[in-house]
Design a protein around this ligand. Structure first.
Ligand SMILES: Cc1cc2nc3c(=O)[nH]c(=O)nc-3n(C[C@H](O)[C@H](O)[C@H](O)COP(=O)(O)OP(=O)(O)OC[C@H]3O[C@@H](n4cnc5c(N)ncnc54)[C@H](O)[C@@H]3O)c2cc1C
Length: 381
């Protein structure tokens, strides 16, 4: 067992760290306030290949192993979780939907554009009445002679405002429950695809989150991804990928919060000395470091196994652990800052808000525990 990252992983992590420090951190506060990401940031990320991290070179991707991808994503999230989440959804969920399950025709048509960043991806599974119970979705895709007609509403869709393609899950057989769900790719300009207003969120504010609705939205037959009725299975397989991305996001937030807290503890003086001299503060910093390290080991193990098998349990364990760590660490970072942690003058206030959603999307913490329990048996942890 080797705990040292390989050369490829270190290179990806260093490159992403440099980008995060030079391009994201200086404007992270402004992006949070403006609730948007300047287009130049996405353009630069595209130029550096961050839109095709998991796609093979054949489609102009970087063809990274999952661990290298994870290391890069943690660093981007350390710079801005609100920028990183769209990149994660695009790579882990959307481009993988087409690459792993799409026909050769769909791969040829969309993957180069997705790898180049020309076609930003959004993933449309959740609905107003179907969140954790995603298999109970109500959107429909009725088959007609020359295509499918989509109707229904999708909630909380990341990057919807600037997406070029939408991966959409809808019922092709209403009587078959989750076995009647199919997966489609829908282009942005398709008549009948409508975007709602941007959600006013607690955190990850730069990310554009909206409702997406479909009203008699007609798409060609060839836009079916996988086979009819296979959609729910596809959604769950993709979410294993996605959870590694969100786990990396949570690690990045936790790491950033730790670094700020450590720095502040050595600068802030009370009772004539830095507060870092007090054992209560030292113990907090030690516990933060242990939790981050433990979660990072779970995330790296899940990323390593993901390239060998599906690893649902490990992906859920990694996401659950890292997201709970991010929330706990960000909370401690605010505490170490005292009153200054409660105002926008220091970034820990933002980390605290950004961390919260990592326990909600791509499966809540309760949903992760359900996946983990389903994959346990007495002799096999
Ligand atoms: C900022 C943001 C971005 C998002 N981006 C996307 C996106 O791009 N695409 C997409 O499809 N979705 C997206 N989502 C949706 C997200 O995946 C859902 O919010 C999440 O799955 C939870 O669903 P829900 O909000 O309907 O909560 P609910 O499912 O209603 O859950 C409410 C509470 O009940 C608990 N609960 C539910 N069922 C059980 C059970 N059986 N046992 C125990 N507890 C249970 C939950 O854990 C939670 O605590 C996003 C959400 C947010 C907030």
């Amino acid at each position: 067992m080797d705990f040292i990252l390989g050369e490829d992983q270190q290179l990806m992590a260093e490159a992403a760290r440099e980008f995060a420090e030079k391009k994201l951190m200086p404007i992270a506060e402004k992006m949070d306030e403006d609730e948007q990401v300047p287009q130049e940031i996405y353009d630069e990320l595209a130029e550096l290949g961050y839109f095709g991290m998991l796609l093979p070179e054949e489609y102009d991707g970087l063809e990274l192993d999952t661990l290298s991808y994870t290391c890069a994503m943690e660093e981007l999230a350390r710079g801005s979780a609100g920028v990183m989440v769209g990149i994660s959804v695009h790579n882990s969920l959307c481009s993988q939907a087409v690459y792993q399950f799409g026909s050769d025709k769909l791969k040829k048509k969309y993957l180069e554009g997705m790898a180049s960043g020309e076609l930003f991806g959004s993933y449309c599974l959740s609905e107003p009445g179907a969140g954790t119970d995603a298999g109970s979705l109500k959107a429909t895709a009725d088959e007609v002679d020359d295509g499918y007609v989509l109707n229904g509403t999708k909630s909380w869709i990341t990057s919807a405002g600037h997406a070029g393609v939408f991966i959409v899950f809808a019922l092709t057989d209403k009587a078959a429950g989750d076995k009647g769900i199919s997966c489609f790719i829908v282009e942005r300009d398709t008549p009948g695809l409508n975007l709602g207003a941007k959600e006013k969120k607690m955190g990850i504010k730069p990310s554009d989150t909206r409702e997406v609705s479909f009203v008699d939205c007609k798409i060609p037959k060839e836009n079916l991804i996988g086979t009819k009725g296979e959609g729910f299975k596809i959604a769950l397989i993709l979410l294993d990928n996605g959870r590694i991305g969100i786990a990396a996001q949570a690690l990045g937030i936790a790491q950033a919060a730790f670094e700020e807290a450590y720095k502040y503890a050595h600068e802030r003086e009370q009772f004539g000395q830095p507060i870092a001299n007090f054992q209560a503060i030292q113990f907090k910093l030690s516990d933060m470091a242990i939790k981050i390290e433990a979660s990072r080991l779970l995330v790296h193990k899940a990323a390593f196994l993901k390239d060998k098998s599906r690893a649902s349990k490990e992906c859920s364990m990694a996401k659950l652990s890292a997201s709970e760590t991010a929330n706990w660490v960000a909370n401690q970072a605010v505490q170490i800052h005292g009153g200054y942690g409660y105002v926008k003058e220091y970034p820990v206030e933002r980390y605290f808000r950004d961390a919260r959603v990592t326990e909600i999307y791509e499966g809540t913490s309760e949903a992760q525990r359900m996946v983990i329990y389903r994959n346990l048996d007495r002799k096999n942890l």
